[in-house]
Write a protein that binds this ligand. Sequence first.
Ligand SMILES: [Zn+2]
Length: 278
Amino acid sequence: MNTGQKCLRYAHCENMPAVYWRSLRLRVEGASPLGGNEVTLANSEPAPCSLITTDQYFVNTMKISAFSDSHTMHRQVEIPDGDILIFAGDISNCRTSQDVSDFNSFLGTLPHRHKVVVAGNHDHLLAGDPDRAQALLPEAIYLQDKVAVLDGITVYGAPWQPKFNDRACDAFALPRGRALEEKWAMIPDGVDILVTHAPPAGVMDQDGPVCHGCSDLNDAIQVKQPTLHVFGHIHNRHGILNDAQTTFMNCNVQQGGSSLRSALSFQYDPQQRAISAC
Ligand SMILES: [Zn+2]
C-alpha cells in the first residue's frame, strides 16, 4: 500500500520544521478512514503515509493578538495567547523613557511563536538605523518598511505618520504628501496584514477636533488591498471596522485613567484571507 513515491511526498511535509505549522490538512487518495478526501494532522501526530497523494499542505487558521501604545506600561496589558503577536508602535514615552530593553524582555515571556514590532512616534530610540533597532529587540521581528512571511501569512510593517506640529513627538514623522507617498509605495502586493502606527484618514483617527490619519496611506490601501490593517496612535479611538476590501483595527490600549485595554485577539485564515472572532 505504501509506495515509495507517496512516502517521499510525506517526507517533504515531515521535513518542514514543525514550528511552522500547528496542523496540516492533506489531500488523500480516495476516501480517508475519517471520511472525505482530506485528513487533518496535529503537528505531533504521525502522518498516515499510505493516504497521502500530494504534498500540498495548508496551515490552518492562526490566532493573532494585537496591541499598541503601551507607553512603558506593557506589563499591565492583558495579552491572549496565540500564534502571532503584533505591536503597532509606541513602546516608549516621548523623550522621557526609552524602555525598549524591558519591552524586549517582556516579549520574551510571551508564548507567541512570532512577535512583530513596528515603532511609533514616541519611539525615538528606534529611529534611525533599522538594523540597530532590530538589535535592540532580539525577541521581535522588527519591521521598518519590511515584510515578513509568518506561517504563510504576509505581514508588512512601517512606522511613519504625518508630522503634526513642532511640539509633537516626532520619531518617524514625515510631511504629508510626497514623503509619505514614497513610504507607502513600498508596501508590496499580496500583503495579508499591514501594520503601521498611523491610521488612515477618516478611520478611527480623530482626537478632539483633529483627524490625524494619513490620506496618502488610504490611497496605498486602495491599491494594495491588504486583508487587515492594524494601527494605533490615536488613543481615544479603538476597535475594528470592516470595509469591503480591508478590515481596519485600532488596537491601542490607552483608554484614559490608569487602566489599560486588553490586546485585540482574532483568528486569521490565510487560505481564505478571512478574519474571524476568537
Ligand atoms: Zn501613543
